[in-house]
Design a protein around this ligand. Structure first.
Ligand SMILES: NC(=O)c1ccc[n+]([C@@H]2O[C@H](COP(=O)([O-])OP(=O)(O)OC[C@H]3O[C@@H](n4cnc5c(N)ncnc54)[C@H](O)[C@@H]3O)[C@@H](O)[C@H]2O)c1
Ligand SMILES: [Zn+2]
Length: 360
């Protein structure tokens, strides 16, 4: 299979996503083609480096900067370790930070690249499904604060994104499924063909078949690239990618980010949005059912029977998607189509949460 190349054309930068099995073997060539400075610093985590570090050996980079990658380490203190390593290595403006890891590494090392000396070149090499289809593209970088998730950050587009799905072979099944729910999101908001493919080729997807995985990752990257190109800073069309993220983020927050992988919470969030939409007559129940069946077929989600809808509603009030006191909410109107509304009432949310299985 030949690698595919997708361009992300944003006002602040134009860059390529290169996707293909084995593209890591051409890393040096790809980095040169992206014209990033030759003093290159890899940032990764110890487990990822142990599993896949040798794949990067030929690219002529120095010792990796290794930082821990659990969500609880996604904070300024860890980013500070990256600054320290860069300073000690005399990294100057003509340096490149290459991130090699999941969304946590990409967000932290990306933030370091955006801020070190007011910005050095950045290349993402995502190693989780979630990072390959979502977090490595679009320029959101940042860290959590003790008082809330992703509160500190920047928009900082990378100079290149290199996606080699062969690294996913070692990804634990739960992490893999968590990434698949974001693919469901792309299907539901933008691509009926992708959604259909997820249900038709489920067995090959879980067998991590190179052909099928490349196809679904490629379609997801294409959608994300296209949406980001239209709206780099999420003032308009990019908001559709928040489908499922309102109730989803609230669910992550009320369970203290311990019980759910991000994608799992989003799966619930998508079900809530679909319920609201059906109750309004904006979505056919048949389409909601298709979504629910697909989500169920991807495996069990952690239970929510002890999570109250009151708690979710309370948490939703603090959502970043609240603009001037109104919550922007993405409603699916068909498979592959959405609208954004700002008038969903608490009563509507309550009913939808109950239908999905939350405690009243
Ligand atoms: N920037 C964005 O636009 C954006 C979008 C979505 C999510 N995010 C962020 O991404 C983060 C979640 O990212 P994630 O789901 O990739 O989680 P993660 O980075 O925590 O990785 C999950 C786990 O998988 C391990 N891992 C990574 N690659 C592996 C591999 N190839 N084989 C085996 N194990 C591997 C990691 O060590 C880690 O334990 C969250 O902090 C979220 O806020 C950012
Ligand atoms: Zn998400």
């Amino acid at each position: 299979m030949n690698p595919i190349r997708l361009d992300v054309d944003t006002p602040s930068r134009r860059y390529a996503i290169t996707l293909g099995y084995g593209v890591l073997d051409q890393l040096a060539v790809l980095l040169d083609a992206a014209r990033v400075p030759a003093q290159r610093f890899i940032v990764s985590s110890p487990p990822i480096w142990r599993l896949h570090g040798t794949r990067l050996a030929g690219a002529g980079m120095s010792e990796p900067i290794l930082i821990p990658d659990g969500e609880r380490f996604k904070q300024l203190q860890t980013v500070s370790r990256v600054y320290e390593a860069l300073i000690r290595a005399n990294a100057d403006r003509a340096s490149t930070v290459v991130t090699f890891g999941g969304g946590v590494i990409g967000d932290m090392a990306g933030f370091a690249a955006a801020t070190y000396l007011r910005g050095v070149a950045l290349v993402h090499i995502p190693t989780t499904l979630l990072a390959q289809v979502d977090s490595a593209i679009g320029g959101k970088v940042g860290v959590n604060h003790a008082l809330g998730k992703n509160l500190i950050g920047a928009f900082y587009q990378p100079h290149a994104v290199i996606v080699d799905p062969s690294v996913l072979d070692t990804l634990p099944r739960r992490e893999f499924r968590a990434g698949l729910y974001e693919v469901v999101k792309y299907g539901m908001t933008s691509s009926p063909g992708l959604l259909e493919r997820l249900s038709r080729e489920r067995t090959s997807i879980f067998a991590r078949s190179p052909e099928v995985l490349s196809a679904i990752i490629g379609e997801s990257c294409r959608i994300k690239a296209e949406v980001v190109a239209r709206d780099e800073r999420e003032s308009g069309p990019r908001r559709i990618l928040n489908f499922g993220h309102t109730a989803g983020h609230a669910l992550e927050a009320v369970t203290k980010y311990r019980r759910f992988r991000h994608g799992e919470a989003i799966a619930y969030g998508m079900l809530v949005a679909a319920e609201v939409s059906v109750a309004r007559g904006a979505l056919l129940d048949r389409d909601r059912h298709t979504l629910a069946t697909l989500i169920a077929s991807l495996g069990p989600l952690p239970p929510i029977t002890d999570v109250t809808s009151t708690g979710i509603l309370e948490s939703m009030r603090h959502d970043k998607k609240v603009v001037a006191g109104r919550l922007h909410f993405v409603l699916p109107t068909a498979i592959g189509a959405t609208i954004i509304v700002d008038d969903v009432t608490e009563q509507e949310f309550k009913k939808a949460l109950k239908n999905v299985g939350f405690r009243s």
